[in-house]
Design a binder for this molecule. Structure first.
Ligand code: ATP
Length: 681
């Protein structure tokens, strides 16, 4: 079968006719059922997919054809004769004359794109054929859908701003072939989010204040809760990073004073990407505080201008780099809660290794690096999407590339923060790009998962909140709020003792087991039928708001006391859930490690078999960049060192609690790379 690159305009009439025939037999639902006006400006979003418990939402998008673009996509060798002979009718209606759709939106929500893939069967040539491949997503945006609609239907409906402003992590990833429209979407979303962020923040701030008022028992308390109401609750800062191959730079670094290259473009410093001692990934980037939408828009414009300048210098390198804007959001009312984050990543264009071969070494290396990171990202997102639906532990190999290390907050299975990822897969509208489109759609389609299945009750475990019923949840909440109240009492007693000592008096005797005033009414907080699982699905601010509404205000219980106690209790519950999950995870890792090692290494002597067995391990994305034969060849040439190197790396990994698979893939990757380097030399 010849590739679609050999298509000429002479084939268009047949392809269009084939497409028309296919379309007639389909029932197409390219329109969204919910009118946009029902979603627009719902400041707090619909949160539909939050209700479904989905961590990953996948959207497809295709753009309209650009002027004269279709013509330039046809092979230059095409002759004028051929054009006039068969394509005469189509030549008349320019500029669309050479256009033939490669994509049909079959359904908008749930999304369904059909890619039309042309083929040419030789040697009995009887004209081009068309195959129709269907891919399913949560949402599908056709060429007529503008950026505003994408924003409303994806970002707002998914509650992404609310999530980030409530202490969670919201992430948007734009993926697709070069020129498919990633930057067009992401720039628009970044600016749109910048414009909405402060108004959504105001709404959430107002809700927090209102719940404080509802919870305030007396007028005096209301006054107390009203103070500071004009003060901004949130503190925002932004960083903007570009990752080109393995090199990360800061797009907010001012160009003045930087050394310049031969073309006069500033050379930015490389920023190291690694975890710190506490496991956080915080590259040393310039973090700029902003106080208004305009300030954030200014930062975005400046960073994107830097990206474009260097892109021109490096010959359209924008398609070869990942650009990541991170907005961090601190809630000043909840000093103990984790910062919310919005991560917006315009990913490098997915390029086939074949296509990059025409370029210089640096470009090929970058392309390889990008493909590695995109493949690794795929494994991570797919694992993340499956996680909500599986009882057991799902391995997320996020340590395998700089890109996924940067995205650690959404992939770390031990993270205590709620997170949701929207991935928008972009495809070109042209039939000539169908092979690429199929690649892009098959990359993203597996991220779509069904909502998690409801599970039956697990046996009660006092250290695992996921197993508690209403009564057990209330007991735990009462004990925790009592601990907070006793701690407040102890602090107050210390103050009283100090002041009595200063005045030479004896402090009043401590009433250690006396009644305490809890910050909240636990029965109202955890109503009949509610369990820790319900609280586990809340964002920090939602829990705090709920506590404010059922607060026992008065005496020393002030709004500040309730907020802080609520944030600490919520953190405690999340911590318990997380450690319970980690316990299960570690048990499963241990048994899987044993299984994997036994299966892969036990009793297998021949290197080729080992190589094959390694290829069968699903979490080995890096291996996919080497062919089966290459691996077998290297494994065989290394003899017993091949298996020993892997086993040593796995053993080291085990003692340092690095996942065995990561260690294993890294070891194989290392051997393959040294072999490639040695062979090149
Ligand atoms: N939905 C759309 N409507 C109209 N024009 C669009 C749309 N999407 C993209 N375009 C146009 O298509 C061209 C390519 O888009 P864009 O630069 O965003 O692609 P890209 O995927 O980011 O490419 P690269 O990987 O090379 O950076 C641009 O001229 C852009 O203005």
């Amino acid at each position: 079968m010849a590739s679609s690159a050999a298509l000429t305009t002479t084939h268009l009439p047949r392809l269009r006719a084939g497409l028309e025939e296919w379309r007639k037999k389909q029932s197409l639902h390219a329109e969204f059922a919910t009118p946009l006006s029902e979603i627009t400006n719902r400041a707090n979003g619909g949160g539909q997919r939050k209700q479904q418990g989905k961590d990953v939402v996948v959207a497809f998008r295709t753009r309209p054809p650009l002027e004269n673009e279709a013509e330039t996509k046809f092979a230059a060798a095409e002759t004028q004769d051929a054009k006039t002979a068969e394509g005469a009718e189509e030549q008349a209606d320019t500029p669309q004359s050479a256009f033939c759709a490669g994509i049909t939106v079959k359904s908008a929500e749930p999304g369904e794109f059909v890619a039309h893939v042309p083929g040419m069967k030789a040697p009995q040539w009887s004209g081009p054929t068309l195959a129709h491949k269907t891919f399913v997503s949560d949402l599908a945006f056709g060429p007529d859908v503008d950026n505003e609609e994408v924003y409303q239907r994806a970002v707002i409906t998914d509650d992404l701003l609310t999530l980030a402003l409530s202490g969670g992590i919201a992430c948007i990833l734009a993926y697709g072939q070069t020129g498919a429209g990633k930057t067009y979407t992401m720039e628009a979303l970044e600016h749109r989010i910048a414009r909405d962020l402060f108004s959504v923040a105001k709404t959430i701030g107002r809700q927090m204040r209102e719940s404080e008022k509802r919870g305030a028992a007396s007028e005096a308390d209301q006054v107390a809760s009203d103070t500071n109401s004009e003060e901004e609750i949130f503190e925002f800062s932004a960083t903007f990073l570009e990752l080109l191959g393995k090199r990360a730079v800061d797009l907010l670094e001012p160009a003045d004073g930087l050394p310049v290259d031969a073309q006069g473009n500033p050379i930015r410093k490389e920023v190291p990407i690694q975890e710190d001692k506490s496991g956080d990934v915080r590259p040393r980037l310039i973090s700029t505080v902003f106080r208004s939408s305009e300030e954030l828009e200014g930062l975005i414009t400046a960073a994107l201008a830097h990206r474009r300048t260097s892109a021109t210098a490096r010959n359209a390198a924008s398609s070869r780099s990942h650009a990541i804007l991170t907005v961090r959001i601190k809630n000043k009312l909840l000093p103990y809660a984790e910062e919310g984050q919005l991560i917006l990543a315009d990913l490098a264009g997915s390029e086939r290794y074949e296509d990059s071969k025409a370029h210089d070494k640096q470009r090929m290396d970058e392309s390889r690096e990008n493909n590695k990171s995109l493949m690794n990202l795929k494994e991570c997102v797919r694992a993340k999407a499956r996680m909500a639906n599986e009882d057991g532990f799902v391995h997320i190999p996020w340590r395998m590339s700089k890109l996924t290390v940067l995205l650690k907050p959404i992939f770390d299975p031990e993270s205590r923060q709620a997170s949701r990822t929207l991935i928008i897969a972009h495809v070109s509208p042209h039939i000539q790009d169908s092979t690429h489109s199929v690649n892009t759609l098959s990359y993203a389609a597996p991220f779509k998962t069904s909502p998690p299945k409801p599970r039956g009750p697990a046996p009660y475990d006092p250290t695992d909140p996921r197993t508690w019923n209403t009564e057990q949840t209330r007991e735990w909440l009462t004990a925790e709020f009592t601990k907070r109240a006793r701690a407040r009492e102890a602090a107050a007693r210390k103050v009283a003792e100090k002041s009595a000592a200063r005045r030479g008096k004896t402090p009043p005797p401590a009433e250690l087991d006396g009644p305490v005033r809890l910050a909240v009414d636990v029965e109202r907080l955890c109503q009949e039928g509610m369990t820790a699982l319900h609280f586990g699905r809340m964002y920090t601010t939602e829990f705090v708001q709920r506590c404010m509404e059922v607060a026992n205000m008065g005496g020393e219980v002030t709004p500040d006391v309730v907020r802080n106690a609520a944030a600490i209790v919520f953190g405690m519950m999340t911590y318990l859930t997380m450690t319970a999950k980690t316990r299960t995870r570690n048990d499963i890792i241990k048994s899987r490690k044993r299984l994997a090692l036994d299966e892969v290494y036990g009793g297998i002597s021949r290197a080729r078999k080992i190589a094959k067995a390694n290829l069968a391990i699903p979490a080995s994305p890096v291996l996919q960049i080497y062919t089966d034969d290459e691996i077998a060849q290297v494994a065989e040439s290394m003899g017993s060192r091949w298996a020993e190197t892997i086993n040593e790396a796995v053993a080291k990994g085990e003692t340092r609690w690095v996942d065995a698979w990561d260690a294993e893939v890294a070891a194989i990757n290392g051997m393959m790379e040294s072999w490639r380097a040695a062979n090149k030399g």
